[in-house]
Design a binder for this molecule. Structure first.
Ligand code: HEC
Ligand code: HEC
Ligand code: HEC
Ligand code: HEC
Ligand code: HEC
Ligand code: HEC
Length: 501
């Protein structure tokens, strides 16, 4: 190591005039390391840009890595360079030249130092490359989407884990491939991080999600319309809210149908999704629960328009939406069970004992107690059930099960539950199919209406009731024996809301 200053330029005994100090980043460790950090940041930035450009899916969070984190390393590095120069200048001024560096490549010791520095630098660049590559993939992972912002995403993550899509990555449905969604995804990603950091996100998270990609690009990667075929045999177990929890089961043959004219008849429920048919509608509310206008364009281009008598507007003044999977399957994975459904399921599976008097009613009631935190909700459940079943040996097990239902379906901190996320499949608790199939939507000449209130249009009731009655199968379909008595012309969802009968 030599003296840093060139003795030929200054007289060692002279005070050094500021303007004549020549500083060099290569003469102090701090600046040198700063250079390395900045280079690493720049390198990561370029690498992320390239990764993103060639990626199949537009990743909404890569912007945070590429435009926030990588540049902060560049900035940090540059700051270190400046700091190093500052320290160097101070050392020169106070003549502590011994601290400064020079390299003389003719000397073995300096050559060794240079090699060590080079190796450390290389390893650092490699590590930052691997680091940015891994964080890039991490931002696409279920762990990142579901757990990074823990409270915000807890409802979606928990319901997802309990759903048929628990092994499909969040990004498969929410991000997906394609250039058009690229920018939207970026903006939404930055917005979400901002909202989480500054606690401005809405509780609950609003739906329908405006920038969810069209179903053709998400769901249809795995379930394509032509593949659909046949009927589905669905069984719904219920228990009445009476003293003996009277069971009632209904078994439906659901006419899901299919969509490929080359392989079989096209029809059934998935008729809507036959690529050749185009069903469009206008919803007059945010949640798309009120649909007064529907238009069908068939493969020959024949247009049929249906509207309810009260809807007199010019359709072009409204947003017209093309119907897709999400208009029926809007809860394919974030399935918030209603208290009624969840308790029925627990009773059917024996996790709650149907022989406990009034357990259906009491369990539903306990789940409905208002609470603003998870802890409060669980405490209230325990207290209410304890009050009712004080001396019952099944008390502990019952409390544990009802609390488990609460944990999986109720999220007080985010105000998320079945109540605020309508489920559009079916028609019992929400209008669902009856938003259009209610008999009120007719053509202007009144000649045709959308198939309605024909209980066999979408499914037939194979069997219903309890015990032996369930062995009495009907291919043509039984008439519905409603356990709640006569209903007249009322829609199911006018009485049923998941919280009571
Ligand atoms: C099978 C496809 C699918 C998967 C997988 C999926 N989602 Fe969703 N997600 C949806 C649909 C459909 C909606 C409802 C959109 C609507 O109603 O507008 C939704 C809604 C949401 C919402 C809005 C609030 C709500 O509860 O409706 C959030 C937040 C969300 N998803 C986050 C996630 C996270 C986090 C994951 C992974 C842990 C995930 N999603 C996995 C399809 C999916
Ligand atoms: C990455 C592949 C993938 C994507 C994308 C996907 N799904 Fe699925 N889906 C699956 C798998 C796997 C299953 C489980 C298969 C089974 O149970 O037979 C499934 C099951 C289903 C079921 C049957 C559920 C049940 O109760 O058995 C429905 C309905 C469904 N998906 C709808 C959708 C909708 C709507 C979307 C778009 C929002 C979607 N899926 C996106 C893979 C996917
Ligand atoms: C008009 C409403 C409607 C539309 C639109 C719709 N579905 Fe369905 N789908 C249903 C009903 C009803 C069932 C029967 C299952 C049920 O009731 O839960 C079903 C069943 C399914 C199943 C389960 C089939 C099986 O054999 O397990 C899948 C998967 C599915 N749909 C995917 C889709 C996809 C993907 C789209 C969009 C291309 C779509 N559906 C569009 C109403 C619809
Ligand atoms: C946005 C309005 C809308 C919604 C919501 C809707 N449908 Fe439809 N559906 C239609 C229209 C329009 C037709 C065609 C009526 C016609 O022209 O005869 C139709 C036809 C049908 C058909 C007859 C298909 C055939 O073979 O001709 C079935 C079955 C059906 N829908 C089931 C369902 C089910 C089940 C749901 C709920 C999961 C549902 N629909 C929700 C608008 C809707
Ligand atoms: C437009 C199609 C359509 C029509 C018309 C229709 N249903 Fe349904 N129904 C469905 C679908 C879809 C489901 C399945 C919901 C699900 O998967 O959760 C269902 C479910 C049911 C269930 C079981 C609900 C439960 O939770 O136990 C009953 C009972 C039922 N329907 C009775 C009727 C009766 C009675 C009528 C005539 C007034 C009728 N349906 C007309 C589509 C229809
Ligand atoms: C006038 C109000 C009313 C209407 C409309 C109505 N229900 Fe009910 N429903 C009841 C009552 C009350 C009970 C008995 C509840 C109990 O004791 O638990 C009941 C019980 C049921 C049950 C069994 C218990 C349960 O908790 O699920 C089913 C399934 C059911 N109804 C389906 C339907 C369907 C499907 C429709 C539409 C076709 C419908 N209901 C329309 C009031 C109604």
């Amino acid at each position: 190591m030599e003296y840093a200053r060139d003795p030929s330029r200054h007289d060692v005994n002279d005070p050094v005039p500021n303007s004549r100090i020549s500083l060099s980043v290569l003469r102090n460790w701090v600046s040198l390391s700063g250079l390395l950090v900045a280079a690493g940041g720049l390198f990561s930035f370029l690498l992320l840009l390239a990764l993103d450009a060639f990626a199949r899916n537009a990743n909404p969070y890569v912007g945070i890595l590429a435009y926030l984190i990588a540049p902060s390393f560049v900035a940090l590095g540059l700051a270190m360079v400046v700091l190093g120069l500052f320290l160097e200048r101070r050392d020169i001024l106070s003549r502590r030249e011994g601290k400064l560096l020079t390299f003389d490549l003719s000397r073995p010791r300096d050559r060794r130092r240079l090699v060590v520095f080079g190796v450390i630098g290389g390893v650092f660049l490699l590590v930052s490359a691997i680091g940015s590559y891994r964080s890039y993939h991490f931002t696409e992972s279920v762990a990142f989407c579901g757990q990074a912002c823990h409270t915000v995403m807890e409802p979606e993550y928990v319901t997802y884990l309990n759903s048929p899509h628990a092994r499909v990555a969040c990004s498969e449905c929410h991000i997906g491939p394609g250039a058009e969604w690229y920018v939207k995804a970026k903006i939404s990603g930055l917005h979400q991080v901002y909202a989480t950091a500054f606690n401005t996100f809405s509780r609950p998270i609003e739906t329908p999600i405006r920038n969810l990609r069209p179903a053709q690009e998400t769901c249809e990667q795995c379930h394509w319309p032509k593949k659909f075929a046949g009927n589905m045999d669905l069984i719904f177990y219920h228990y009445l809210a009476d003293s003996t929890n009277t069971p009632y089961t209904v078994r439906l043959l659901m006419k899901v149908g299919g969509g490929d004219p080359a392989r079989g008849p096209v029809g059934g429920i998935h008729w809507h999704m036959n690529v050749a048919n185009k069903v469009e509608y206008i919803a007059t509310d945010e949640k798309r629960q009120v649909i007064p206008w529907v238009r069908v364009i068939d493969p020959q281009g024949v247009v049929t328009e249906y509207r309810t008598p009260s809807f007199k507007d010019d359709p072009s003044k409204h947003t017209i939406r093309r119907m897709d999977c999400m208009d029926c399957h809007n809860r394919p994975t974030h399935i918030y069970q209603s208290p009624n459904e969840a308790v029925d399921l627990s009773l059917a599976l024996g996790r709650l004992d149907p022989r406990m008097p009034e357990i259906k009613k009491e369990a539903v009631k306990a789940l409905l107690l208002p609470a603003s935190t998870r802890e409060e909700g669980l405490r209230k459940i325990a207290a209410a059930l304890h009050e009712r079943y004080r001396d019952d040996p099944r008390l502990e097990k019952t409390i544990a099960e009802v609390q488990a239902i609460s944990r999986e379906n109720f999220f007080p901190e985010m105000k998320a539950s079945w109540k605020i996320y309508p489920n559009n499949i079916g028609h019992k608790n929400w209008p669902g199919c009856f938003r259009c199939h209610d008999g009120e939507h007719a053509t202007s000449d009144g000649k045709r209406s959308i198939k309605a209130n024909d209980c066999n249009a979408c499914h037939v009731i194979l069997a219903q009731g309890v015990g032996k009655q369930l062995e009495n199968l009907s291919a043509k379909g039984h008439a519905f024996q409603h356990p709640g008595g006569e209903t007249g012309d009322m829609k199911c969802s006018e009485c049923h809301n998941g919280a009571g009968p």
